[in-house]
Design a protein around this ligand. Sequence first.
Ligand code: SF4
Ligand code: SF4
Length: 359
Amino acid sequence: MDKDVLKEIELCDECGVCINVCPIYEVTGKELFTPISRIKAAEKVFKGNIPSEAVELMYNCPECGRCEEVCPNEVKITKIVEVARNRLIKKGFVFDAHKRIAKWIVELGNSVGKEPEKRLEWLPEEFKEKESNTLLYLGCLPSYLIKNIAKTTYTVLKRAEVDFMILEDEGCCGVYLYDAGMVELAEEVFTKNAERFEKIGVEKIITPCAGCYRCFKRYYPRVLGKTDFEVYHVVEVIDELVRDKKLSLKKKEMHFTYHDPCRLGRKEGLYEEPRRILRECVEIAELKENRDMGMCCGAGAGIRSIYRDLSMEVAAKLLNSAQSNIITSCPFCTFNLNYAAKKKGIDKEVKYITELLVD
Ligand code: SF4
Ligand code: SF4
């Protein structure tokens, strides 16, 4: 793996094309925080000579992938950062915040430090055990911190008569561990979840969380070799339901600006699905930078729990560039953007897509 990454590093000819699209460089103006500096620091990490700034450089990157979109040599910068993080973890570097979150995931089954027995507080009806080969996996943020995402996702799918089950003790997908570089611990969580899914006959997972989506779809097969389930983000499911006329959406006199989450847009190409859904019911505008150059909300890949102020600066830039309230399809973006708006006194509200689809 290190050999592949070193080859990747060699592809960089320091042309500098990626510098001005990096949100961390944009908000700090520091040369130290360019993609090139990260690549150089990562190279030293792989060669065993870890410079003092390496930890910050590897962890204040939200792995948004904007640099990769413009790189003429197609250098996989986020891959380099990802592997370098794991190397740092193996060398014993680990942030207290990441340690704490990892402990919550292992001991409480969620990444937000909440009581497992309160997991289903969002559920609009009594929980009933149900068998289905489709699992609606809500994720930690929707289950605990933005319960309306869990509730409205559940309600929309029920209304469209989609057959699915939910779990009383869903647990955590483990995306946070993988993104933090704790790949070995992530593997334990992935294995436990995958074995459970197999045991209860899960063939298809639907999730409203862009983090869970990417984790189940990409990280699980990468770490475990294979998985026996298909993974869909809820926007893919709703888009198909609407197009098949199995779900009709009410028009609303509302106007929003759509924000492409990095993990759903740039990483997975889900650009048109949410837009088609939204055009059925509200007016939507675009951010100046959208789709493959969509802006970063500043919450990704564990940056928010370590560099909160920096994360909020990135979020504020996005908020200030929107002409209206924002709508998106990632709970992390929704949470971080609303948090930053409140803290920085920016008069913008951010909604998650399914919140608009129920009456
Ligand atoms: S992934 Fe995003 S934050 Fe990280 S170096 Fe590239 S552009 Fe900058
Ligand atoms: S655009 Fe690509 S080749 Fe140019 S400096 Fe950035 S990573 Fe290196």
